[in-house]
Design a protein. Structure first.
Length: 202
């Protein structure tokens, strides 16, 4: 098995096993033989990174005021603008998705195993040629490509695009629109707010 694929599978298995709520912390570090490892306890005598858990805009009880929460107007500008031009999509939408998915944290990680700025699932990342989903450039490039495909599929309907990004295309098809999942409903609303705000600022 290729090392990158093995690490992705290991990470997904660990997340599925250890995380019961959004308060659990996950730490990534290199083991003595150089393999990426994960723990819910801070490693001793070695450097490590804490991974953010959960989709930022998916929490039903979020106390964030989405109409005035701080925007990230200058983060990853070059890569976002390059991908927006390449795929002819609105850079404000890319920023809204990143903000909603990861709060612009390259190390963000969901309970389902989605990784990085645009929260790519390992299978999606592999399909899009990503070697390291925690690498900001690779993640934005792949996430933008995926987003552009959804925009084409749904004829530019951002409500359906954001619903599919969150719940999956299958769920949108089954429900013939935005799925009736509470998480997806608030996600779609928050994407709309963030998209409008980023559009007004950039």
């Amino acid at each position: 098995m290729k090392p990158v694929l093995y690490v992705c599978l290991l990470l997904h298995s660990f997340i599925s096993y250890v995380i019961a709520d959004d308060d659990v912390k996950v730490y990534q570090y290199k083991s003595s033989n150089g393999i990426s490892s994960f723990s819910d306890i801070p490693p001793i005598n070695t450097s490590f990174q804490q991974l953010r858990i959960g989709c930022f805009a998916c929490k039903l009880n979020s106390l964030v005021n989405w109409h005035n929460t701080r925007l990230f107007l200058n983060h990853f500008n070059k890569t976002i603008n390059q991908q927006a031009r390449l795929y002819k999509i609105d850079p404000a939408l890319i920023r809204a998705i990143i903000h909603a998915e990861s709060h612009f944290d390259p190390l963000a990680l969901s309970k389902a195993g989605a990784q990085g700025l645009m929260q790519l699932m390992p299978a999606t990342a592999k399909e899009l040629g990503v070697k390291n989903s925690f690498n900001a450039k690779q993640n934005i490039r792949a996430g933008s490509k995926h987003l552009a495909r959804l925009i084409r599929k749904y004829g530019g309907n951002i409500t359906l695009v954001s619903a599919a990004y969150n719940a999956g295309e299958g769920a949108v098809k089954r429900h013939k629109g935005v799925p009736p999942y509470p998480e997806t409903k608030v996600y779609v609303q928050r994407i709309k707010i963030l998209h409008q705000r980023y559009n007004a600022e950039i």
